[in-house]
Design a protein around this ligand. Structure first.
Ligand code: GUN
Ligand code: ZN
Length: 461
């Protein structure tokens, strides 16, 4: 392999403690699924990782003209992947006091109606993408609004930043205000035009996006399935079984179907390119059906707690008999944090409430390679590996006095990851790289740490 610099190539070298996945820690021990390189080097050429390994073994390959950027208090991982979010809801985060259906009617639908205005959509899209980068999120699967223009703005912004993004126009033809309804035909036509324009352009992937069963007629779900058959390498995303009242409502709207998931199954909307958000109230039979069809689930813990929706059982999804691919989503604006670190921390608490312990390694997997595998993009992103796109996040284990204080006591990588996930947030993101380029660097220095403990953890105090 040559790392000679030429006028046509762009090379980057990043040195630090590298942590990345080679497998699924839910099914393999951490020492077989996690690669830990305490003093590592990543060589990037034209946005693609060319080499990753111990600094000592790679430094000889490096062109002398390439400057090495070193992060000494950092952990370098693949960029975070947010598997479910709504950019058009960025300004209704923290809206008080309602559960799902009332929250949609009261806050969400009026806000989404504003996205027929291109200028407004652009303002919000820029805030949304800035927040992703500040939080170390390099890829997301995103709901736009029913307005096709909201999708143009979204992909324009993604392309400008060269980020690997997935998203699409919301389809809804009933049970919402007329200003934000389409029809089965107009939604199909607009989505088709958007696929032609954006799908596969740069790093963009189109996601066919029926909002959820209550806001789509049978004709619209049929049209969505037809579109997906015509463009099988797009993603299909929707919501399922988030809230008990919603599950009951779907049963009354579709009395001939055997439950919520069966509505999507009936119209041919399940499969290995389908991502369902939430799945909090899926039955054992429905979980098995997700597994059989290859359908993935986006677990959105901050949203599920905020809207009082319920507790997702991650251990039921990640079972060995009938496994379901799972990743984590922020679900902005029902979700309360852009930070995937905080989302991991909340996923831990939700799992504890169900009697299951998610360790620091599994949590990181759900926010990186697990999400990439769920989205069918693990050949491109989700881990730091030769041939993959060079999207990274640098986490600062000393970002706050408390993090520094707690991090000095950790005795394993697993413990360090867990401490970051429970105490970390946007302050712990020192830098974010997109395709080998620095896309975000935290401005301020970390504050001085608390004093070091003089006693070791192993000695009695
Ligand atoms: N179900 C249908 N639409 C939505 C939405 O916008 N947010 C959430 N959390 N659930 C939904
Ligand atoms: Zn959602």
């Amino acid at each position: 392999m040559s790392h000679k610099k030429s006028s046509h190539t762009r090379e980057t070298a990043i040195r630090g403690h590298i942590v990345t996945f080679t497998g699924d820690p839910f099914f393999h021990p951490a020492n077989e699924s996690l690669r830990d390189i305490p003093d590592g080097l990543i060589l990037v050429q034209d946005g693609i990782t060319q080499a990753v390994g111990p600094y000592d073994s790679l430094i000889a390959q490096l062109d002398k003209n390439v400057v090495v950027t070193t992060y000494s208090d950092g952990l370098i991982t693949a960029g975070f992947i947010d598997m479910h979010t709504h950019y058009v809801q960025a300004s209704i985060i923290a809206s008080f006091g309602k559960h799902l259906i009332d929250w949609l009617n009261h806050y969400t639908f009026p806000e989404e109606a504003r996205f027929s205005n291109r200028e407004y959509a652009t303002t919000i899209a820029r805030i949304f993408f800035d927040e992703l980068l500040r939080n170390g999120t390099t890829t997301a699967l995103v709901f736009c609004s029913v307005s096709p223009q909201s999708v143009d703005v979204f992909f324009e912004e993604a392309s400008r930043r060269n980020m690997r993004m997935l998203g699409g126009k919301v389809l809804m033809d009933r049970n919402a205000p007329p200003a934000i309804l389409d029809t089965a035909q107009s939604g199909y036509d607009a989505s088709k035009r958007l696929i032609a324009q954006w799908h596969g352009y740069g790093r963009n992937t189109y996601a066919i996006t029926p909002r959820f069963a209550p806001t789509s007629s049978e004709a619209q779900l049929e049209a969505a399935a037809a579109l997906h058959r015509e463009h099988p390498d797009t993603i299909l995303q929707t919501h399922v079984s988030e809230n008990i009242a919603e599950v009951d409502w779907v049963q009354s709207l579709y009395p001939n179907r055997q439950g919520y998931l069966d509505v999507y199954d009936h119209f041919g909307l399940l499969g290995n390119r389908t991502v369902l958000a939430h799945g909090v109230h899926l039955t054992a039979r429905e979980n098995a059906r997700c597994s059989e069809t290859g359908t993935a689930i986006a677990h959105c813990p901050t949203s599920n707690s905020f809207l009082g929706s319920g507790l997702f059982r991650v251990e039921l999804a990640k079972n060995t008999e009938k496994p379901i691919r799972v990743g984590l989503g922020t679900d902005i604006g029902a979700g309360t944090r852009f930070s995937m670190l905080e989302t991991m921390g909340e996923a831990y608490k939700v799992a504890e409430m169900t009697g299951f312990s998610l360790d620091g390694v599994k949590l990181l997997y759900l926010a990186t390679l697990g999400a990439a595998e769920s989205l069918g993009i693990a050949d491109k992103v989700g881990s730091i590996a030769v041939g993959k796109e060079a999207d990274f996040v640098v986490l600062d284990t000393k970002a706050t006095p408390l993090l520094a204080f707690r991090s000095q006591q950790v005795e394993s990588l697993q413990e360090q990851l867990f401490v970051l996930e429970i105490l970390g947030d946007d302050r712990a993101v020192a830098a974010t790289y997109i395709a080998g380029e620095l896309a975000y660097r935290r401005a301020r220095q970390a504050p001085p740490p608390h004093p070091k403990l003089s006693t070791s953890k192993k000695e009695p105090v």
